[in-house]
Ligand binder design. Structure first.
Ligand code: WQD
Length: 345
């Protein structure tokens, strides 16, 4: 067991919980802080069933700096932070901008303020491909232009990257690795943890699997009149376990001082653009389960096509998103079936 503890904010969430599993399996002690606003304490049971280690857990809100001060006072061995704690629904952010700016930005600023006094060496920040907006050219590299955000959610990611840059350039005694995710999908192969959205899913895969199992009547495909081969939008769907593994590499990179850079930015994607209709076909082919679906009008704010050039992360981090899409589709389906078995959904 390593001595450096990793603080995972939002660690009972979708990507957070999968990252905690990978951190534990790499030998890191973990403490999670989460306000459970979009997750459930039962996720801790799932993590423990996979790794045999129940992560330390603090229920709390990272926008309250006194809550974080108390956490650092209790856990004096925190040397790295992975910050997932944020509100993340694009549509909701259009309706509740203040909630998004307050939650996402105050959380980050509180963490940055407490890192120096508590001798924390680095923070991994959960960013998003939304910072690129509608790219002029695909695939997207880390040098592709940042476009004006089309939602408060996307804007909080852009502003957060700028805050981190300004704080570190002002001489903060720590480093940061910023990870720009493309579209995280799938679940842990054990089916013990996965994506568990509250209410009606906004993202494609949870809505698709809930339709496949009969919770939803039909999946609406938001538009087939885009300038793409089959008319539906294209994304870079990355397996959540591949994504989680990149976080362990990123935090270790800072703990071990493997880079001279104080700030590094990486695109985390597969490099493969997949359309909505292609994804539905991949799910049906890999699981043998039919997904009733219909074409409807476009969803406001949708990007037409965006996928990553992951070469920089592949070469510098030695990380590749290697899970085949069909395996990811099967893991998403296995998770949905497990939720049904447990009577959760
Ligand atoms: C994917 C594609 C939809 C639902 C958002 C955020 C991004 C990240 C991931 C947090 C689009 C289509 C969807 C449905 C559909 N969020 N779709 N029917 O919008 O690419 O990215 O979630 O980290 O920051 O922007 O993901 O899954 O909502 O949509 O046709 O019922 O599926 O139009 O083309 P998106 P998504």
């Amino acid at each position: 067991m390593k001595t450096e503890r990793i603080l995972v904010t939002g660690g009972t969430g979708y990507i957070g919980s999968h990252t905690v599993v990978e951190l534990q399996q790499a030998g890191y002690p973990v403490v999670i802080i989460d306000n459970l606003s979009n997750s459930d304490r039962a996720v801790l049971d799932g993590i423990e069933r996979i790794t045999g280690i129940r992560p330390d857990f603090v229920e709390g809100d990272c926008t309250d700096i006194d809550v974080l001060r108390a956490l650092f006072a209790k856990y004096t061995d925190i040397k790295g932070i992975i910050n997932f704690a944020a509100s993340k629904a694009v549509g909701e952010s259009m309706q509740k901008p203040i909630l998004y700016y307050r939650n996402n930005l105050n959380t980050l600023m509180n963490l940055l303020e407490l890192m120096g006094p508590n001798d924390v060496k680095g923070i991994v920040f959960s960013s998003s491909c939304t910072v690129y907006g509608e790219p002029d050219v695909n695939p997207v590299t880390e040098k592709s232009p940042i476009k004006k955000a089309t939602s408060p959610y996307g804007n909080t990611k852009q502003i957060s990257e700028e805050i981190i840059t300004d704080v570190i350039n002002a001489g903060a005694p720590f480093k940061s690795v910023i990870l720009r995710y493309f579209n995280p999908v799938g679940a842990h192969p054990s089916a013990e943890i996965g994506e568990l959205p509250n209410g009606v899913p906004q993202n494609l895969i949870p809505y698709l699997t809930q339709t496949a199992i009969g919770i939803r009547k039909e999946l609406s495909v938001f538009g087939d009149d885009y300038n793409t081969p089959d008319g539906s939008c294209i994304r870079d769907y990355i397996d959540v376990v591949d994504l989680a593994k990149a976080h362990v590499i990123a935090v270790e990179r800072m703990l071990m001082d493997r880079s001279d850079e104080k700030i590094e930015i990486f695109n985390l994607g597969t490099g493969r653009g997949v359309s909505v209709l292609e994804l539905i076909n991949a799910f049906e082919r890999s699981t043998g389960v039919t997904v009733p679906h219909k074409i409807v009008g476009r969803r406001a704010g949708d990007i037409e096509k965006v996928w990553a050039d992951p070469t920089y992360a592949n070469n510098v981090l030695g990380w590749v998103a290697s899970t085949p899409l069909d395996d990811t589709m099967r893991s998403a389906w296995a998770w949905q079936c497990r939720l049904r078995e447990r009577g959760i959904m």
